[in-house]
Write a protein that binds this ligand. Structure first.
Ligand code: FAD
Length: 371
C-alpha cells in the first residue's frame, strides 16, 4: 500500500506554497514536497508587485511585524551610469524570500496541509488506466495522487524526466543575489545596466537592500570568479560600482544560479498543472515573476477545486493561464533586448526621459491587474 493524496504539489516556492495553502484551506488532502528546508535564501530581486497585495491581504497572508518598504519609483540606469527616475503606476513592496516563503509555509501547516521538506521528487508518471499519478521520492518512497501541481521552478531534474523541450537549450544567463546595508532610497526599485546584463536594487525588511543581477555565463568563465567578473563588468557602470565598494555585505556568500531560461513552456504537460516558473519564467526586469507565481498557484488550486473532471480542470487552467500570462511573457522577452547593451540601454533611458507614456505602457503591459 502506498500513501494516496488528492493533490501533490511538487516544489515549495511561491506558486507551490500558495496552491497548497488554498487547497488545504478548502479541506483538501494536499501534500507539498520541497527539496530544501525552510527558511532559505533564493536568487530573486525580492520586489513584489502590488498586483498581489489585495489577495494577500484578503487571505491574511501578509507577514506582520516587519516594516516593509513601499516602492513607488523606478530608476533606470544605462551602462554609462546615467539614469532617469519615473513614477510607477502600480508599484510594489520589498520582502525577502527568506521571510515570505517561510511565512507561507507556516500558513500551509496551520491550515492542515502536509509538507515534506528536504526531499526531492525524482519521477512523476500519469497512469491512464488507473487515472492517477505515481510519484517517486528520493530515498525510494512512492506516493499516489489524483492531481499534481508542478511548481518546481525555472529548472529542475524533473524537466529532464518529463522530457520538456526547453531543457535541451542552453542559456547564457546566470543570477546572483546579495543582501546589503547601503545608502539607497527605500521607495525606489532600480535597474542598473552593464554589458551583458542588469542589476536590480530595492529595499526589503529590516533596512536591508537586495542587490540581484542577471549576468552572463561567458563573462564568469572569462574572468574565473564572481568577484572578478563583477569588478571587470558590473563596476564599469560607475553608478553601480559604488554599491559594491561602499556597502556592507550581509550574506556569507552570494546566492548563485545558472541556466536561467526564458523559453516558452506550457501550463499543462503530462496532465500536470504547471504553476509559477515551471509554466514560464518572465524576464526579471519586469519585476513580477513572484506575483505571477502567486497568481498561477492560486489559479491551479482554484481549477482543481472548481472542476468536475480531469479534462475540465486541465482545459480551464490552460485557458485562464494563457489569458493572464502568455502575452506578458512574450513582451518580457522582447523588452529584455533593450537591456545589457550600451546603445540599447542609452536609447531606453532617453525613451523613458522623453516619451514617458511609452515606457509606462510597456510596464503596464508586462503587469497584470490586482486580483
Ligand atoms: C535574477 C532574478 C531576479 C528576479 N527578481 C525578481 C523580482 O525582483 N521580483 C519578482 O517578482 N520576480 C523576480 N524574479 C522571478 C521570481 O524569482 C520567480 O518568478 C519566482 O521565484 C517563481 O516562483 P516559483 O514558485 O515558480 O519557483 P521557485 O521559487 O523557484 O520555487 C521552486 C521550488 O521547487 C523546488 N524543487 C525543484 N525541483 C524539485 C523537486 N524535484 N522536488 C521537490 N522540490 C523541487 C525548489 O527547491 C524550489 O524551492 C527574479 C528571477 C531571477 C532569475
Amino acid at each position: 500500500m502506498i500513501d494516496k493524496y488528492s493533490t501533490v504539489v511538487i516544489g515549495g516556492g511561491l506558486a507551490g506554497l500558495i496552491s497548497a495553502y488554498l487547497l488545504a484551506k478548502s479541506g483538501r488532502d494536499v501534500l507539498l514536497v520541497e527539496k530544501k528546508s525552510y527558511p532559505f535564501h533564493r536568487v530573486c530581486g525580492e520586489y513584489l508587485s502590488n498586483e498581489v497585495f489585495d489577495f494577500l491581504k484578503r487571505e491574511n497572508l501578509l507577514p506582520t511585524g516587519y516594516d516593509l518598504p513601499t516602492i513607488t519609483h523606478f530608476l533606470f540606469s544605462d551602462t554609462t551610469g546615467k539614469s532617469v527616475t519615473t513614477l510607477l503606476d502600480m508599484g510594489g513592496f520589498g520582502i525577502s524570500r527568506y521571510v515570505l516563503d517561510e511565512h507561507f509555509y507556516q500558513k500551509v501547516l496551520e491550515n492542515g496541509g502536509e509538507v515534506r521538506t528536504g526531499v526531492q521528487v525524482e519521477t512523476v508518471l500519469f497512469d491512464e488506466i488507473e487515472n492517477q499519478f505515481t510519484l517517486e521520492l528520493a530515498g525510494g518512497e512512492s506516493l499516489a495522487a489524483e492531481y499534481v501541481i508542478g511548481a518546481f521552478g525555472k529548472r529542475s531534474k524533473l524537466d529532464k524526466v518529463l522530457k520538456r523541450s526547453f531543457i535541451e537549450k542552453r542559456s547564457p544567463y546566470i543570477g546572483v543575489k546579495y543582501h546589503i546595508k547601503t545608502d539607497f532610497d527605500r521607495n525606489t526599485v532600480a535597474l542598473y545596466n552593464f554589458e551583458g546584463g542588469y542589476c536590480g536594487l530595492n529595499a526589503i525588511e529590516e533596512d536591508k537592500v537586495n542587490l540581484c543581477y542577471l549576468g552572463n555565463r561567458e563573462h564568469l568563465r572569462k574572468y574565473g570568479s564572481i568577484e572578478a567578473m563583477e569588478q571587470e563588468i558590473l563596476w564599469k557602470n560607475p553608478s553601480l560600482k559604488r554599491f559594491f565598494t561602499d556597502s556592507e555585505f550581509l550574506l556569507e556568500k552570494p546566492e548563485v544560479i545558472n541556466e536561467i531560461n526564458f523559453e516558452r513552456k506550457g501550463p499543462v504537460e503530462n496532465h500536470i498543472l504547471m504553476a509559477g516558473d515551471s509554466a514560464g519564467l518572465i524576464t526579471p526586469l519586469c519585476g513580477n515573476g513572484m506575483a505571477m507565481a502567486i497568481q498561477s498557484g492560486k489559479l491551479a488550486a482554484e481549477s482543481i477545486l472548481a472542476g468536475k473532471t480531469r479534462t475540465e480542470i486541465e482545459s480551464n487552467y490552460e485557458v485562464s493561464w494563457k489569458a493572464l500570462f502568455e502575452r506578458r511573457l512574450w513582451l518580457g522577452r522582447k523588452v529584455q533586448r533593450l537591456f545589457g547593451a550600451k546603445q540599447a540601454s542609452v536609447f531606453t533611458r532617453k525613451l523613458i526621459q522623453n516619451v514617458p507614456f511609452i515606457a509606462k505602457q510597456i510596464i503596464k503591459n508586462t503587469h497584470g491587474k490586482a486580483f
